[in-house]
Write a protein that binds this ligand. Sequence first.
Ligand code: NAD
Length: 256
Amino acid sequence: MPQLLEGQLAVILGIANKWSIAYSIAQAFSREGATLLLTYLGEHQKEAVESLAGEMSVAKIVPCDVTREDDLTALTETLRSLGRPLHAAVHSLAFANREDLTRPFVETGRGGFLLAQEVSAYSLVAVARAVAPAMTAGGSIITLTYGGSTRVVPNYNVMGVAKASLEASVRYLASDLGPAGIRVNALSAGPIKTASARAIKDFSTVLDAVAKRAPLRRNTDPGEVADAAVFLASGLGRGVTGNILFVDSGMQIMGL
Ligand code: NAD
């Protein structure tokens, strides 16, 4: 089988540990022949990301807190220093205060609302601006979203609103960057047990509901999301931009 991302350079933001969706995507990209630039958040994640980088083809591992303009400027510089075009960027990150994922949405404070928007939605705009100059031969920017953006999922709350903003940002970025051959899409994954997901109160109830009611009668495997990311990054996805692609066992089509 030919490798779908042979000779490509991809930057992946959002690996925290081996359960991270970003790690599954990094593994799939590496399997398909891509060279990776990985980022980590804070010194406590550095060692974990370095050890997970193990058998993958990784050009560099750099710190990047998406709320820090300096880190994003440094990312642009690192990409420039690699001296080759960037083909793909994966934005697989989000954050909200735990209390905003456990109490009624109506109690969300201004600070928690803005924090979720900044880290989980605005950061895509900032990252796109940081990586686009390196996408000299066109490219693919991929973010991760969830169906709680358009439907109410218990306790997803402020993150659902941030994902709605993220999905709208995908469309505006796709329109802006399309003329440069840069595609921007989101993968809407079904619920997956990761560190972030565990912060959502009663998350296991959501997993149970999907396993019972989704057309495929099972939960989403992170490898399925990763393979869809390969599609979007590869030439196979060359005509796709501004899309929200569901990888959720079909759960999003169900009414009751
Ligand atoms: P995860 O906890 O493994 O990953 C979240 C990542 O966000 C971590 O690596 C964390 O370091 C990073 N992050 C948080 N604040 C940051 C900041 N200021 N700067 C840089 N990075 C920061 O969890 P995950 O489930 O793999 O989440 C990845 C993405 O997938 C998120 O956007 C999440 O909303 C989305 N998603 C997850 C699920 C699910 O059920 N797990 C479903 C659909 C979409």
